[in-house]
Design a protein around this ligand. Structure first.
Ligand SMILES: Cc1cc2nc3c(=O)[nH]c(=O)nc-3n(C[C@H](O)[C@H](O)[C@H](O)COP(=O)(O)O)c2cc1C
Length: 361
C-alpha cells in the first residue's frame, strides 16, 4: 500500500493532503469513525465552511521582522495557539497511538489532551512522553469511583488540567458507523473503559457512552472545581447562557465545541458561536474553540473573534494515520508555519496583536 500513498501526494504539504493520504491508509470502518459526524453531517461540514466564510483584514507597513506565534494558555507556554484535541482510540490509526501523538505535541511545543477513551493510560503517556505538556479529557462515568480513579491517575502523572466534556451524555447518531458496522478491532484496548466495565474492551462507540453519567449538572462542575488541584475546562459550550454559567461555577476556561459535528447535528458551526461566548464571558475566563480548523489562517480568524487558542482533532489523526508520530509532528509543524506566515501577512507579529479589527464584520 506504500506505493499507493506515493501516487496520491508524494510530499503532503497541507492538512488536506494528509486527509487524502489517510483516506487511503485506513479501512472503511476506521475512516468512517474518524471522519464522520452525526446525522446528515450538516454541522460537520459547516464547521469547516464557517472559516471559509470569514475574511481577514490585513494591516500593512507593520514591522514584521520578528513574528512569533508563541503564547500562553492557562499560564502554560505554548509555541502557537493550536493545541491537540482529545480524540479517542488513536492506536487504531497507528501503533504509535497516544504516546506518539503526545511526543509530537511536545516536539512542536504545544499541549496534548488525552481522551478518556484513549488506548493508553495516563501513566503510560506520562512515561513515554514525559516532556509533553498535557491535559486530561474526562467523561464522567456513572460509577463515580471510576471517574475519581481516572482523575487521580492523570493528576499523579502531571496532567495540568482536567477537560470535562459536557456535550456527550449519549453518543450522537453517527450513521457512517451504522453503515460500516464499525466495531473497535480486537486487541485495541481502552484501559479506562475496561476499568469501568471490568471487561477487556467495549465493542462499539455507542456502548462507551452507555457507561456515562447522564445525571450530570452544574453542581457536578462546582464539586469538581472545589476538589481539583488543577484548572477545570469545560469542553462543548455552545451558547452565551452556558458560558455565563461556566464563569459562575468556577471553570477556568471553556472550549466552544460541537465535538467536531459528532453529537447534535444541526447546531451552528463552533466558529459562529464563538463571538457570543466571548462576549458573554467578558474576559472572566479563557475561551478556546475547536471544529473545522484546517489552516493556519483559520487560527488567525478564531483569534480575531476572541479565542485564546484553538484545538485541532482530525488533522492530527490524519497525520498519525499516514506516518505515526512523524506524521502528526509534520501536521503540527506545517500548521505552525502557516500561522506564522499568516501573522506576517496580517501585520500582527504576536497573537496579542490580533483583534476584531483584523476580521470583516
Ligand atoms: C475520531 C474522533 C474522536 C473523538 N473523541 C473524543 C473524545 O474521546 N473526547 C472528546 O471530548 N472529544 C472527542 N472528539 C472531539 C474532538 O475533541 C474535537 O472536538 C473535534 O475533533 C474538533 O473538530 P475537528 O476534528 O474538525 O478539529 C473526537 C473527535 C473525533 C474526530
Amino acid at each position: 500500500m506504500a506505493d499507493r500513498r506515493q501516487t496520491i501526494a508524494p510530499s503532503p504539504v497541507n492538512v488536506g493532503d494528509y486527509e487524502r493520504l489517510a483516506a487511503r491508509c485506513l479501512d472503511e470502518g476506521l475512516l468512517g469513525y474518524y471522519a464522520g459526524g452525526a446525522g446528515d453531517e450538516r454541522t460537520l461540514r459547516d464547521n469547516v465552511a464557517a472559516f471559509a466564510r470569514r475574511r481577514l483584514r490585513p494591516r500593512v507597513l507593520v514591522d514584521v521582522s520578528a513574528v512569533s506565534a508563541a503564547t500562553t494558555v492557562l499560564g502554560t507556554d505554548v509555541s502557537m495557539p493550536l493545541l491537540v484535541a482529545p480524540t479517542a482510540l488513536q492506536r487504531m490509526a497507528h501503533p504509535d497511538g497516544e504516546p506518539g501523538m503526545a511526543r509530537a505535541a511536545a516536539a512542536a511545543g504545544t499541549i496534548f489532551c488525552l481522551s478518556t477513551l484513549a488506548t493508553s493510560r495516563p501513566s503510560e503517556v506520562a512515561e513515554q512522553a514525559p516532556a509533553a505538556p498535557r491535559w486530561f479529557q474526562l467523561y464522567a462515568f456513572r460509577d463515580r469511583g471510576v471517574t475519581r480513579a481516572l482523575c487521580d491517575e492523570a493528576l499523579e502523572h502531571g496532567f495540568g488540567a482536567i477537560v470535562l466534556t459536557v456535550d456527550a451524555p449519549r453518543a450522537g447518531r453517527r450513521e457512517r458507523d451504522l453503515r460500516t458496522g464499525f466495531v473497535v478491532p480486537a486487541g485495541v484496548d481502552m484501559p479506562a473503559v475496561s476499568a469501568a466495565t471490568g471487561a477487556p474492551a467495549c465493542p462499539t462507540p455507542a456502548e462507551f457512552f452507555s457507561l456515562l453519567d447522564t445525571t450530570l449538572t452544574w453542581s457536578a462542575v462546582e464539586h469538581l472545581v472545589a476538589n481539583l488541584p488543577v484548572p477545570l475546562i469545560l469542553k462543548g459550550i455552545q451558547t452565551a447562557e452556558d458560558a455565563r454559567l461556566a464563569c459562575e461555577h468556577g471553570a477556568a476556561a471553556v472550549i466552544v465545541s460541537n465535538h467536531g459535528g459528532r453529537q447534535l447535528d444541526g447546531v451552528a458551526a463552533s466558529l459562529d458561536m464563538l463571538p457570543e461566548v466571548v462576549d458573554a464571558v467578558g474576559g472572566r475566563l479563557e475561551v478556546l474553540v475547536d471544529g473545522g480548523v484546517r489552516r493556519g489562517t483559520d487560527v488567525l480568524v478564531a483569534l480575531a473573534l476572541g479565542a485564546r487558542a484553538v484545538l485541532a482533532g482530525r488533522p492530527l489523526l490524519w497525520g498519525l494515520a499516514v506516518d505515526g508520530e512523524v506524521g502528526a509532528g509534520a501536521v503540527l509543524q506545517g500548521l505552525q508555519e502557516e500561522i506564522e506566515l499568516g501573522m506576517t501577512l496580517l501585520g500582527t507579529p504576536t497573537p496579542a496583536d490580533i483583534t476584531r479589527a483584523h476580521i470583516a464584520p
